[in-house]
Design a protein around this ligand. Sequence first.
Ligand SMILES: NC(=O)c1ccc[n+]([C@@H]2O[C@H](COP(=O)([O-])OP(=O)(O)OC[C@H]3O[C@@H](n4cnc5c(N)ncnc54)[C@H](OP(=O)(O)O)[C@@H]3O)[C@@H](O)[C@H]2O)c1
Length: 97
Amino acid sequence: MIYLLGGSGYVGQAYQELFTRRGIPFRNLRRAEVDYSHPEKLVAALRADRPKFLINAAGYTGKPNVDACELHKTECLFGNAVLPGIVAEACAAAGVP
Ligand SMILES: NC(=O)c1ccc[n+]([C@@H]2O[C@H](COP(=O)([O-])OP(=O)(O)OC[C@H]3O[C@@H](n4cnc5c(N)ncnc54)[C@H](OP(=O)(O)O)[C@@H]3O)[C@@H](O)[C@H]2O)c1
C-alpha cells in the first residue's frame, strides 16, 4: 500500500485516479483525519500501516492563484518548506521511503 498526502489537491487527485485505474492499493491521508503536520501523529500512522512508500503531494499553492503566496508568506513557507521537512523526518523515523 502507498501513502498519499494532499490527495484532494490537483496533483494528489491525479495520483488517486492513476492508482484507482491501475488497481494499486493506496491510502489518502487527509489532514482532517490525521494532522500530519505533527510528526508524532504521522510516525504513528506510518508505523501502524507500514506503507511501501509515501508520496507528498501536499503544499500551499495559494488561493485564488500563486500570487497569494507573496501575501501569505507564513502559510507558503510552512506548506512548502517546513511541512516537507516534517514529512521527511517522520518517514525516516518510521523507515518509510
Ligand atoms: N499543480 C501543478 O501544476 C504543480 C506543478 C509542480 C509542482 N507542484 C507542487 O505540488 C504540490 C501540490 O500542488 P497542487 O497544485 O496539487 O496543490 P493544491 O491543489 O492546492 O493541493 C494542495 C493539497 O495540499 C494539502 N495541504 C496539506 N498541508 C497543507 C498546507 N499547510 N497548506 C495548504 N495545503 C495543504 C491540501 O489539503 P486540504 O484538502 O486539507 O486543504 C491539498 O490537498 C505543491 O507543493 C505545488 O507547488 C504543483
